[in-house]
Design a protein around this ligand. Structure first.
Ligand code: HEM
Length: 549
């Protein structure tokens, strides 16, 4: 064959190849687009049956949301269209809000995933976590191990941690008192941080020389995390973002530093004491958060597996510290503010603590199980100021059919407007927006109603001496409208532990100090979203007055 012919053949062949490639690309793109269009039609078809405000704009209800907050829009929509309403957040993004407690409970137990963007703040700051990921499959195993650790051995240990936290805290308060006023926010952040540090790292945490820098770094990162996570495309071009990333890297180094210190000491203790069972607090917590414990990581054959196993507990530790720190600080700050503004309740809790103290030695730790008003105050504070305005869920793969007959298409963002539900008169009575911890106490023998609603007993005068009183504490989780820790398959795994920890912390604190509002400080601060969580703002200024025993 002549070279001209060969060239022609080759050219034809190349043309044929290019054409085939273009056709295949065109067919693939068309199929993907068709799939998207079918999905969109399906979504629109199912969504038609869900009530909601009319929407004529291509951008859905976004123009409405530019003038009002989402909570306000949902409050009005639920009023008008019932307990399940839809909003379009864009041409293809459907949001369904549920306000009726029984339906919420059903939805929260059936929808196991969280919307894909959930946990973005965690991911940007600390990397992928197996605790705060979107799909249930990724978090299921780790949730079980962490929950077993928190609600088992650590719950017992939790009764001892706070005495040390209070000592550490009091040192800090004395320092701050010397310099001026104390803000609820500052104290609550420190209380939360010490409680979580002691939970995860054990007593080692109090002896760690870098604990103060670690706390400051967490506060700075917490302040910026929501801002950087709010960008839909990671803002690599911003200098501030890289500064933020450097802080996150520093935090990671410090976390690894305390982890190594804990591991060194674990070895030291088990090396010195042959009777020691080798399962020190930190080792067990590390296993719960990473599944690696050192053992799994070392037996792993692949170097990448080894690295991954070493990284996982570190990321999870930072994730738990971050979530626990923000939420616990919010709740502790709220309790401090409520106690400072409700001196009568504070005094009754003090009597409760003194009663529980009777017969115990100075160093003995009293159990908070009998401090019903203290526990009720924690529940009521959590009810009035949940961690955030919404619980979010999603069923990524399957449509969700509720007993009421509503079908919610896969991929829809499901929300529970938690503030509206927790302050709804139908579930909580006419004083739903008031601080009344007595609503969680009822006379012995008195039952909750069928929905689990705890009616307001509200009789403050009757509740004086916990031993003589005939009150019992209602389990708040029996009420489907009590959702500060969420509910169902993705509920908070720290609820029991953190409630017990905060109660023990306040029992020690109130035994020694009276909390007072500084003259001129704000008496009615408003819940405002700040750094991803609700906080009472402006933050009240408080005082700790030492009690004369
Ligand atoms: C006052 C303190 C706390 C509050 C108010 C709180 C609240 C919440 C809420 C509302 C959720 C979402 C639940 C849902 O969507 O149904 C959640 C999730 C979670 N919480 Fe907490 N939390 C607190 C403390 C803690 C602590 C101390 C820990 C662990 C030590 C913890 C571990 C978790 C985990 C692992 C999740 C993720 C569950 C998942 O996505 O599967 N929380 N928390």
């Amino acid at each position: 064959m002549s070279s001209a012919k060969l060239e022609l053949r080759l050219r034809e062949y190349a043309e044929w190849e290019i054409n085939a490639f273009l056709w295949i690309s065109l067919i693939t793109v068309t199929l993907v687009l068709l799939q998207k269009v079918v999905k969109l039609f399906r979504l629109r078809h199912h969504a038609r049956k869900i009530p909601g405000p009319p929407c004529s704009s291509f951008y859905g209800h976004c123009p409405l949301l530019s003038t009002q907050s989402l909570t306000e829009v949902l409050a009005e929509s639920h009023e008008k269209y019932g307990s399940v309403v839809k909003l379009w957040l864009g041409p293809t993004k459907l949001l369904v809000s549920i306000k009726e407690p029984a339906l919420i409970k059903e939805m929260l137990s059936k929808a196991e995933d969280k919307p894909p963007l959930t946990g973005r703040a965690f991911r940007l700051a600390f990397g992928q976590s197996s605790l705060f990921a979107s799909t249930f499959d990724r978090v299921e195993k780790r949730r079980v191990t962490l929950s077993t650790e928190l609600n088992g051995r650590l719950l017992e240990r939790g009764k001892v941690i706070p005495a040390r936290v209070v000592d550490c805290l009091m040192e800090r308060i004395r320092d701050i008192l010397g310099k001026g006023n104390i803000s609820c926010k500052m104290i609550s952040q420190h209380m939360a941080f010490s409680l979580l540090g002691a939970t995860i790292f054990g007593d080692e945490f109090f002896a760690w020389s870098k604990a103060t820098v670690y706390e400051e770094l967490f506060m700075t990162i917490a302040k910026d995390a929501c801002f950087w996570a709010s960008y839909s495309v990671t803002p690599f071009w911003k200098r501030g973002f890289w500064r933020y990333q450097r802080l996150c890297e520093k935090l990671k180094c410090l976390t690894q530093d305390i982890i190594q210190q804990c591991q060194r000491n674990c070895k030291l203790i088990s090396g010195m004491d042959h009777n020691f069972d080798n399962e020190t607090a930190y080792k067990r917590m590390e296993a719960a958060l990473g599944g690696s414990s050192s053992f799994d990581a070392l037996v792993s054959q692949e170097p990448s597996g080894y690295l991954q196993a070493r990284e996982e507990p570190c990321r999870n530790i930072m994730g738990v510290m971050f979530h626990g720190y923000l939420t616990t600080a919010g709740l502790v700050g709220n309790i401090l503010a409520r106690l400072a503004t409700h001196q009568d309740i504070q005094e009754k809790i003090y009597s409760e603590i003194i009663m529980a103290r009777k017969g115990l030695g100075e160093k003995d730790q009293q159990s908070v199980d009998n401090m019903l008003l203290l526990l009720a105050t924690i529940y009521e504070s959590a009810r009035l100021l949940p961690a955030g305005p919404f619980l979010q869920r999603c069923s990524l793969k399957h449509d969700l059919t509720l007993k009421s007959g509503v079908t919610i298409p896969a991929g829809t963002v499901l929300v529970v407007p938690i503030q509206l539900v927790q302050m709804d008169n139908c579930s909580w009575g006419i004083d739903a927006s008031q601080f009344n911890p007595y609503r969680f106490l009822s006379k012995k023998g008195r039952q909750c109603d069928q929905l689990g609603n705890i009616s307001s007993t509200g009789n403050a005068e009757e509740y004086v001496d916990p031993r003589q009183s005939s009150f019992v504490l209602n389990d708040p989780n029996n009420n489907a409208a009590f959702l500060p820790f969420g509910s169902g398959s993705r509920a908070c795994v720290g609820q029991k532990y953190v409630t017990q920890g905060i109660a023990t912390l306040f029992a020690s604190l109130l035994e020694r100090y009276e909390i007072r509002l500084q003259p001129g400080s704000e008496k009615n601060p408003k819940p405002t979203v700040n750094n991803c969580v609700f906080q009472l703002l402006p933050c009240p200024e408080i005082d700790f007055v030492e009690r004369v025993s």
